[in-house]
Design a protein around this ligand. Structure first.
Ligand code: AMP
Length: 399
């Protein structure tokens, strides 16, 4: 049985074709610059095929990915009928969807009503789903897997903001949390790796990539997370400011003459590592600059490490302890410097990493603590696509 996994943005579309019999990836790829010109990178095994092809819309990008899967020397399907179901990553499911679900016209209408809650992501997700439904036969089940769903177990005291309660009732303003599929995958996986039931573990997962969030997972359930109403809260990120004093917003609007779009751009696109360093949003480049003596690049790295340390400490307190911390995402999986800074001050909770092991770990499953460390720290590469494929199989009731 083959399942196609789709992760769409406003101008890009990532796909992965998964063989469910052994959960292996048959082919994957990325359509970029949708609506601009169009570029596709299609990968089968180790072979990468890149070409430019115009796709003015998501629908044309889907048609192109169908061609890439079914035609030419690198075809992996004889026809699209071999695909049993399609799973879509959807960023915002609000508190309406606490589990993955079959996509219907009624669901799409409900999702459209959440567009204000995730204006950068949800409209693109919905547009891509509609385009996909046009390209695929109506009989092929399409399933939505929500970034927010795993965090639906967060208790009220952690999801209600201290603003007038009516704002929650009227506008659904609350913490939703994101990256749920990744936090769910790595927390379940680390329990497996440690040979312990997840129900008996207190886990802190750090998903650190272009977007970053930390989650507290107690007995397999998310009990708190750093992202909030939108993916802007929490850690400073590549270009996002994360949590700041809310008064800075009105202060800067006033002093810099910014309207709501202007301040939103400043916080979403010009802040974070880019804003602090004045150089780059890419952590690899930031590290290189810091190693070369760039002070503000080094400051950006110090801030990230310090914020992580504080979140890990506070989530350990929130859960009354912690058994294991997990690092994942492009930065979490690869940046030993970030892991080292985040853990450096945590000896007092019984957490000590082995710096020699830490230095050599890039995107593989490894315990990086010393044998004596009571709290364990693991690097676990995330696999959101696999979770989406598994959920799609289950929701679509495929055997
Ligand atoms: P993601 O959004 O998960 O793809 O993560 C992207 C981020 O991971 C970027 O900031 C990259 O610079 C960072 N990254 C990827 N590889 C490395 C590496 N080897 N060392 C440090 N950072 C890395």
């Amino acid at each position: 049985m083959k399942i196609l996994v789709i992760n769409a943005g406003s101008s890009s579309l990532k796909y992965q074709l998964v063989e469910m019999a052994n959960e292996s990836v048959i082919a994957k790829g990325l359509c970029e610059r949708i609506g601009l010109d169009g570029k596709i990178v299609h990968q089968v095994g180790e072979k990468k095929i890149k070409y430019d092809v115009p796709f003015p819309t998501h629908q044309q990008a889907f048609e192109e990915l169908v061609k890439a899967l079914t035609t030419g020397d690198d075809a992996v399907l004889s026809d699209m009928g071999e695909i049993s179901a399609v799973g879509h990553r959807v960023v915002q499911g609000s508190d309406r969807f606490s589990d993955s679900a079959l996509i219907t016209e009624e669901m799409l209408k409900i999702l459209e009503s959440f567009n204000d809650l995730a204006p950068l992501h949800n409209p693109a997700n919905i547009m891509a789903i509609r385009a996909c439904m046009k390209v695929f036969d109506a009989g092929v089940p399409q399933v939505a897997v929500f970034d927010t769903a795993f965090h639906s177990s967060i208790p009220e005291k952690a999801f209600i903001y201290p603003i007038p309660y009516e704002m929650y009732e009227k506008h659904r303003i609350r913490r939703y949390g994101f990256h749920g599929t990744s936090h769910r995958y790595v927390s379940a996986r680390v329990a497996e790796l440690m040979g312990k039931p997840e129900t008996e573990l207190k886990i802190i997962t750090c998903h650190l990539g272009n977007g970053s969030s930390v989650a507290a997972i107690d007995g397999g359930k998310s009990v708190d997370t750093t992202m909030g109403l939108t993916p802007l809260e929490g850690l400073g990120m590549g270009t996002r400011c994360g949590s700041i004093d809310p008064s800075i917003v009105t202060f800067l609007m006033d002093k810099e003459g910014l309207d709501t779009k202007g301040i939103s751009d400043l916080m979403n696109k010009k802040s974070g590592y880019l804003g602090i360093s004045g150089l780059t949003n890419d952590l690899r480049d930031l590290q290189e600059a810091a190693d070369g003596g760039h002070k503000r690049a080094a400051l950006a790295l110090d801030i990230l490490g310090y914020q992580l340390l504080k979140y890990i400490g506070s989530y350990a307190a929130a859960m009354g302890g912690v058994d294991v911390v997990v690092f994942t995402g492009g930065i979490g999986e690869n940046s030993s410097g970030t892991r080292s800074k985040a853990c450096a001050g945590l000896g007092f909770i019984g957490l000590t990493i082995d710096e020699e092991i830490n230095k050599g770990v890039f995107s593989r499953e490894v315990d990086i603590t010393t044998p004596e460390s009571k709290v364990k720290v693991w690097v676990v590469p995330t696999n959101e696509e696999l979770v989406i494929a598994r959920d799609t199989k289950e929701v679509a009731k495929l055997k």
